[in-house]
Structure formats: structure tokens, C-alpha cells
Design a protein around this ligand. Structure first.
Ligand code: FES
Ligand code: FES
Length: 156
């Protein structure tokens, strides 16, 4: 068995320490070691966006980042979005627009939308569509998803 590395990172505002093998992706660490199962494994090769999280303010596919690479860094996942009292406006907008069907792609879309609105609070529809191009939905709900992101931007 490979030697495990000790990693300390900040996840959703909390300092977290874990052990992981050097080959383990951030997605594997989140899901298998830390039991944060919001990020989903779709393709496991950087093509679907289901595993999207925000690393130091940048949207990343967590299946393409090694867990050890997050040492000393900051990770935001879907679990950190809502506060105890209310859903995040992006989550509300997805619900109000029925912008999900099976829901597998949804955490990735929401984290991607969060990263977009963090840097561009008032995107055009074209900008939303361009930004979300890295997220795939097999249930083909794209129009509702785009509408939800635009509604969330307006609400925020
Ligand atoms: S599971 Fe990471 S991009 Fe598809
Ligand atoms: S809602 Fe099913 S894959 Fe997007």
C-alpha cells in the first residue's frame, strides 16, 4: 500500500486535515475520505463538470486535482453553499426554475454558476452559456439551467 501524505486544507471555511495517497484525486478525497458526496463522479477525466468545486477562487474539476495539491489551499464545495437558515440564491433559482431532473449534474452546475457570479455578477445569457460549456447534463435541461443562473444573478 502506498504511503499516505498528511494534508491540511480549508474546506468550506473549516480547517480540515486528512491522509491520502499521492495518487488520490481531490474528488476521491472529498467523497471517500471526507464523506462530502455533493461533488459527483461523472467521467473522471475532466469532461463533464459533475465534480466541479472552487479551489482558491477558481473553478476546477476535482477529478483532475490531486488531494495532496490542496495542502494549504482553500476549497469550496456544494456542501458549503447554503447557510443553516436558507439555501443559497443559486440553489433557490435552480429549484424555482425546475433546472434539474435526475440531479447528478446539479452540484457541478451550481458550483460553476457560483464561480461565474463571483467574478461576473451580471452576466449576459451568452456569457452564462459560454461559462457553463464545461458542464454536461444528460437530461438536457440546459435552457432551465441558464434561466436559473440569470435569475440568481438578478436576485443577488
Ligand atoms: S467527473 Fe470530473 S469532469 Fe467529469
Ligand atoms: S439533471 Fe440529470 S444529468 Fe443533469
Amino acid at each position: 500500500m502506498a504511503r499516505k501524505s498528511h494534508v491540511q486544507t480549508t474546506i468550506n471555511g473549516e480547517t480540515v486535515e486528512f491522509l491520502c495517497e499521492p495518487r488520490q484525486s481531490l474528488l476521491e478525497v472529498l467523497r471517500d475520505e471526507l464523506h462530502l458526496t455533493g461533488a459527483k463522479e461523472g467521467c473522471n477525466n475532466g469532461n463533464c463538470g459533475a465534480c466541479s468545486v472552487i479551489l482558491d477562487g477558481r473553478l476546477v474539476n476535482s477529478c483532475l486535482v490531486l488531494g495532496v495539491e490542496t495542502d494549504g489551499h482553500t476549497v469550496e464545495t456544494i456542501e458549503g453553499l447554503a447557510d443553516p437558515e436558507a439555501l443559497h440564491p443559486i440553489q433557490d433559482a435552480f429549484l424555482e426554475n425546475a433546472a434539474l431532473q435526475c440531479g447528478i449534474c446539479t452540484p457541478g452546475f451550481i458550483m460553476s454558476a457560483k464561480a461565474l457570479l463571483d467574478q461576473n455578477p451580471n452576466p449576459t445569457e451568452h456569457e452564462v452559456r459560454y461559462w457553463l460549456a464545461g458542464n454536461l447534463c444528460r437530461c438536457t435541461g440546459y435552457d432551465k439551467i441558464v434561466r436559473a443562473v440569470l435569475d440568481a444573478a438578478a436576485a443577488m
